[in-house]
Design a protein around this ligand. Structure first.
Ligand code: NAI
Ligand code: MG
Length: 489
């Protein structure tokens, strides 16, 4: 049976390809380090490649920053801090941040395309979520720059100095915005390092910073792997460290900073539960589950990677979920029809596949969609596990892939205790028709963000951060200002 007939036979739909064009973007063959307002060659002369995970093609070579380069970047940031930036009126500082926001909006299509090429996420997400939210963060924090004393009545907010910022590969530009916008609004200067598999939109952001005319050295963007990140963390002249990434590296950073005067925020892993009560609107809940775990290939720290569903509707929910999974298109991230893009790297795919094997060894039943996936690049079909137990590693550990572990419950207390039974506490979801259940659950789920009858909704005004092993501190909203200030008086 050819593909067309198979789809017709399955009752599925065939969409004509609708790929976003790459004609409108430019990616240089090689990028230096953005230090002191210019792209400069790395001291070591070493570069590494960033590939497109959907095709395995090399997109560009980017510099590998040594500790000497980190030192140059921190010096440039310090010079800008002691010089123009801390002397500038707050309202002027705000104008620069607005300018970054506006240029990002103007260049949104280009940024979305590069984000999807470099990281593998569907263009629909980079276009509709990552890039607009990144611009929204700059707009939001630009507004705070000259109003900080209103955020902290009776106190005198003082900037910290140089912020060292290290971000992961799941939301490259958005994480850069989360880090840079509040830091600048509060009057700090920054040295930011993107993840090694997704450096390109951060380097493009460096161009935006330059085009916006920020004083040299206010924003420095340097590329490299874990050692470069460690050199930022351990640099004596860094006043604040902001990290988003794995809990393992978060622990290393926390140990390194213990006993220093550096302030820090750590956004780490998660193992969020979507708790579905029998009285929930089931079709909407199924969409919420799909959005929560298959969105961005499950490369989301607040992904709804566990489903805890009330027993009386469990069969219905699982069947509807399986039906919906069959309609999800896994493929070309640049195609506007794609639901699930490429896994970010070969090593992340290996991690996910090792959990798929582990789940089966642990005795759970695995179900994947039967749709075709491309043969080159890194891909994973949407996957669910049923028949899991609370102690299973696939229930306890962050997989960071499109993999959902499903459990059932009878009473609210049982659902709650299952939801809370992991080392993490970043986010959660509750689905029910009853407001009282929403209040009970949201008060008792130990997680930083809990959505009710929706999932994965973000807004710059809302704080984000974890309980337990999900991290320390909050980003976003007014809370996010506090992470970049000292309060005097
Ligand atoms: P990672 O934590 O190693 O990488 C995140 C960032 O930290 C990257 O920029 C990396 O270069 C940097 N880094 C690595 N080692 C460092 C060190 N010793 N000091 C300072 N910076 C360092 O995460 P990785 O290996 O890319 O992913 C592994 C797992 O981590 C994933 O499977 C996922 O479970 C989790 N993860 C969680 C994220 C989140 O948003 N909470 C984001 C990315 C990964
Ligand atoms: Mg890449």
């Amino acid at each position: 049976m050819d593909n067309q007939n198979k789809l017709a036979f399955d009752g599925g739909w065939q969409y004509a390809p609708a790929p976003e064009s790459t004609d409108h973007i430019t990616i240089d063959g090689q990028y230096g380090l953005f230090i002191g307002g210019d792209f400069v060659a790395p001291e070591s002369g070493k570069y590494f490649e960033s590939i497109n995970p959907a095709t395995e093609e090399v997109l560009s070579s980017v510099a590998s920053a040594s500790s000497a380069d980190v030192d140059s970047a921190v010096k440039a940031a310090r010079k800008a801090y002691n010089g123009p930036w801390s002397k500038m009126k707050a309202a002027e500082r705000g104008k620069y941040i607005y300018r970054i926001a506006r240029i990002l909006q103007e260049r949104a299509r280009e940024f979305a395309t590069i984000e999807s090429l470099d990281g593998g996420k569907p263009i629909r997400e980079s276009r509709d979520i990552d890039i607009p939210l990144a611009a929204a963060h700059f707009f939001y924090y630009a507004g705070w720059a000259d109003k900080l004393e209103y955020a902290f009545p009776g106190k005198r907010p003082v900037s910290l100095g140089v912020a060292g910022q290290i971000i992961p590969w799941n939301f490259p530009l958005l994480m850069a915005a989360w880090k840079i916008a509040p830091a600048l609004a509060c009057g700090n200067t920054v040295v930011l390092k993107p993840a090694e598999t997704t450096p390109l939109t951060a380097l493009k952001l460096a161009e935006v910073v330059r085009d916006a005319g920020l004083p040299d050295g206010v924003v420095n963007i340097i590329t490299g792997a874990g050692e470069t990140g460690a050199a930022i963390v351990n640099h004596d002249d860094v006043d604040k460290v902001a990290f988003t990434g794995s809990t393992g590296v978060g622990r290393i950073i926390q140990r390194a900073l213990a006993g220093t005067n550096k302030k820090y925020t750590l956004e780490l892993g998660g193992k969020a539960a979507n708790v579905i009560f029998a009285d929930a609107a089931i079709d909407q809940a199924v969409e919420g589950i799909v959005n929560g775990i298959f969105f961005n290939q499950g490369h989301v720290c607040c992904a709804g990677s566990r489903l805890i569903v009330q027993e009386s509707v469990a069969d219905e929910v699982v069947q509807k979920l399986k039906d919906r999974m069959e309609t999800l298109i896994v493929g070309d991230p640049l195609d506007k029809n794609t639901d699930i893009g490429a896994i970010n790297s070969a090593s992340q795919l290996e991690t996910i596949e090792s959990y798929l094997r582990l789940g089966q060894e642990e005795g759970a039943e695995m179900h994947q969609s039967s749709r075709d996936i491309p043969t080159t690049g890194y891909w994973c079909r949407p996957t669910i596990f049923t028949g899991v137990s609370q102690s299973n590693r696939i229930v306890q550990e962050e997989i960071f892939g499109p993999v959902l572990a499903i459990q059932t419950f009878r009473t609210l207390d049982e659902g709650l205790s299952k939801a809370n039974n992991t080392p993490y506490g970043l986010s959660g979801g509750v689905w029910t028709d009853k407001g009282s259940k929403i209040f009970k659950m949201t008060q008792k789920i130990r997680a930083g963000v809990i959505w009710a009858n929706t999932f994965n909704k973000f807004d710059p005004t809302s704080p984000f951060g974890g309980y337990k092993e999900s991290g320390v501190g909050r980003e976003g909203g007014m809370h996010g200002l506090g992470a970049y200030l000292r309060l005097e008086g």
